[in-house]
Design a protein around this ligand. Structure first.
Ligand SMILES: *Cc1c(COP(=O)(O)O)cnc(C)c1O
Length: 353
C-alpha cells in the first residue's frame, strides 16, 4: 500500500508528526472515478477533507462540490468562484438559506417555508428519508436527516417560480458497496424523473485497505438506471480522499503494563481521531520493518486519556525511535480531530507533488 515516495518523505520528517498527502495518487484516483462514472455527475463532499490543496487536485475531475455549512460554502466558493455548489445540512440558519448555491438541499417543510419567507430564489432538491434497511452500513442517516413521504407531500405545493423544485437528494448511509447503493439508487431514480442526487457513502475498508469500492460496477449500474432526460449525481467524500493521506510520527516509548505492551507515539488522536470515531485499528506501516520478536502491541498517543488509541494488540516489533506511518488518513482525519486538547503542537503538512 505505502509507496517509496511516502516512506522517503516520512524519513525526511525525522519523526515529527505530520500529515503527508500524495497529490499525484489523488489525481489518478479521481481521474479513474470520473472515467468509471461516465455521464453520471460527480460532486465531492467537502466535509470529508476541505484542504485547499486536495480540492485543487479534485476540481478538474468533479462537476461540483457538496458543502454542508455556510463555512464550507464560503471556503469552496473562495477557491473556485465558478464551481457548482450543492448546499445541504440538517439545520440551516437564515444566513445559510440566503446563500446562492447551484442546488439547495432542503431538509424539512419548515425549512422550505422559511426559505420562501426570506424571499430568495433557490433551486431545490428535497432530501428524502427513505424507509429502507441498509444492511452492513457503518452509519445510517435516518433520524433527523431528510423527509418521509408525508413531509415531502407537504413541501410539494409550496414551490413556485422563485423557489423551484429540481429533484431529490438522498444520502442514506456510509460504508455501502456498489450493489447496495445501486439498489437504493434504482428505488429513488424510478420515482423521481428530473434530477436525482443519490449521495455518497461509498465503502472504504480500514480493516482491508486493499479492498476498493467498485466504481466500474457503480458507474455501469447508474448508467443503466439513468433516463435520457435525467440528471443523476453522486457526492462521495471518504472514498475519494481517504487513500491519499498519511499521518507519520514516531515511537517515543515502549512499555509493558500488567502484561500488555504499549507503544507510545508522538502526537495522538487529537491529530488523527479517525480510529476512535470509527472504532477500528488504523492501518499503518512501521519503519524499519523489524522481523521477529513480534508481540501484540497497542499503539497510543500522548493524550492523558485511555481513549487515545490508534490500534490495539497488533502483532508487531516496535522500538523507541521507530517511525510509524498511518495509512488511509486523507478523509475525516485531521479536520474531525480535537486539535487543542492538551495543547500539544499541531502536526506538519507535507504535500507530495
Ligand atoms: C457526509 C456526506 C456525504 C459524503 O459521505 P461519504 O461517506 O464521505 O462518502 C455526502 N452527502 C451528504 C449529504 C453528507 O452528509
Amino acid at each position: 500500500m505505502i509507496t517509496a515516495r511516502v516512506v522517503d518523505a516520512a524519513q525526511r520528517l525525522g519523526g515529527q508528526p505530520a500529515y503527508l498527502y500524495d497529490l499525484p495518487a489523488l489525481d489518478a484516483h479521481a481521474a479513474a472515478v470520473r472515467q468509471a462514472l461516465g455521464g453520471i455527475e460527480l460532486y465531492y463532499a467537502a466535509k470529508a477533507n476541505p484542504d485547499p490543496r486536495l480540492l485543487e487536485v479534485l476540481a478538474p475531475h468533479v462537476d461540483g462540490f457538496e458543502v454542508s455549512s455556510g463555512g464550507e460554502f464560503a471556503h469552496v466558493r473562495d477557491l473556485f468562484p465558478r464551481a457548482r455548489l450543492a448546499l445541504g445540512g440538517p439545520g440551516k440558519t437564515d444566513a445559510e438559506l440566503g446563500l446562492d448555491p447551484y442546488r439547495l438541499h432542503v431538509e424539512s417543510p419548515a425549512e422550505l417555508r422559511r426559505l420562501k419567507r426570506l424571499g430568495v430564489e433557490a433551486d431545490v432538491l428535497l432530501r428524502l428519508n427513505l424507509d429502507v434497511e441498509v444492511a452492513g452500513a457503518s452509519l445510517t442517516m435516518s433520524g433527523p436527516f431528510g423527509m418521509d413521504p408525508s413531509a415531502v407531500a407537504e413541501c410539494l405545493p409550496l414551490f413556485d417560480e422563485r423557489v423551484r423544485l429540481r429533484g431529490v437528494h438522498a444520502h442514506l448511509a456510509s460504508g455501502l458497496e456498489a450493489a447496495q447503493l445501486l439498489e437504493l439508487a434504482a428505488e429513488i431514480a424510478r420515482h423521481h424523473p428530473k434530477e436525482v442526487n443519490v449521495g455518497g457513502g461509498m465503502a472504504v475498508s480500514y480493516t482491508d485497505p486493499g479492498h476498493r469500492f467498485d466504481w466500474e460496477a457503480y458507474g455501469k449500474g447508474l448508467a443503466a438506471l439513468k433516463r435520457p432526460d435525467q440528471v443523476l449525481r453522486v457526492e462521495p467524500g471518504r472514498a475519494l480522499t481517504a487513500y491519499c493521506g498519511y499521518y507519520a510520527t514516531r515511537v517515543l516509548d515502549v512499555k509493558r503494563t500488567r502484561g500488555e505492551r504499549f507503544a507510545i507515539l508522538q502526537g495522538g488522536t487529537h491529530h488523527l481521531r479517525t480510529p476512535v470515531t470509527k472504532g477500528h485499528d488504523q492501518p499503518f506501516t512501521p519503519i524499519p520493518a523489524r522481523v521477529g520478536r513480534e508481540e501484540p502491541t497497542t499503539l497510543v498517543g500522548q493524550l492523558c486519556t485511555p481513549k487515545d488509541v490508534f490500534a490495539r494488540r497488533v502483532p508487531i516489533a516496535l522500538e523507541a525511535g521507530d517511525l510509524v506511518v498511518f495509512e488511509m488518513a486523507g478523509a475525516y482525519a485531521w479536520n474531525i480531530s480535537h486539535h487543542d486538547f492538551l495543547m500539544h503542537p499541531k502536526p506538519g503538512f507535507v504535500y507530495l507533488d
